[in-house]
Design a protein around this ligand. Sequence first.
Ligand SMILES: NC(=O)c1ccc[n+]([C@@H]2O[C@H](COP(=O)([O-])OP(=O)(O)OC[C@H]3O[C@@H](n4cnc5c(N)ncnc54)[C@H](O)[C@@H]3O)[C@@H](O)[C@H]2O)c1
Length: 147
Amino acid sequence: MIRIEKAAVLGAGTMGAQIAAHLANAGIPTLLLDIAPRELTTEETAKGLTLESKEVRDRIARGGLEAAKKAKPAAFFSAETAALVSVGNFDDDMARLKDSDFIVEAVVENLEIKRSLYERVERFRRPGSVVASNTSGIPIRQLAEGR
Ligand SMILES: NC(=O)c1ccc[n+]([C@@H]2O[C@H](COP(=O)([O-])OP(=O)(O)OC[C@H]3O[C@@H](n4cnc5c(N)ncnc54)[C@H](O)[C@@H]3O)[C@@H](O)[C@H]2O)c1
């Protein structure tokens, strides 16, 4: 049996952000990652930010977290539980996966995208950590092929 002290959720969309909220509600510090944007918003440009700014690079995951904070019915038990979720992106923060006992993938329902993400997860995860998928319908056999 493993004890889950820390978790990571890959994909901060509808499902990923809410899964992160469930983990945080259970008292588990959770890293929430998503892709780094390829374009600046008008507001970011006006603020003088660039695509290299970490604030910009974490924008999509942070947006998912903010949406979960505002969700009705509430996703988080309290503001304190929401503080257990930290955000990042797939380019800069994969090394942080080594701290996670439980890694849940919740990116778009696309076999190739999920498989290429697992390839990267495999490089950074700690041996013994559990890697799970929130797929709606892709067989785990296909997702896990070759690993
Ligand atoms: N929404 C549901 O009701 C529901 C229910 C059960 C299971 N699921 C499954 O959960 C998973 C996520 O669904 P969702 O509804 O949260 O989707 P979503 O579209 O809300 O979120 C998907 C996330 O994937 C990210 N993404 C897009 N392209 C990517 C890429 N190339 N590489 C990595 N990440 C990328 C997006 O930035 C987005 O945050 C899917 O596998 C879906 O089938 C969804």
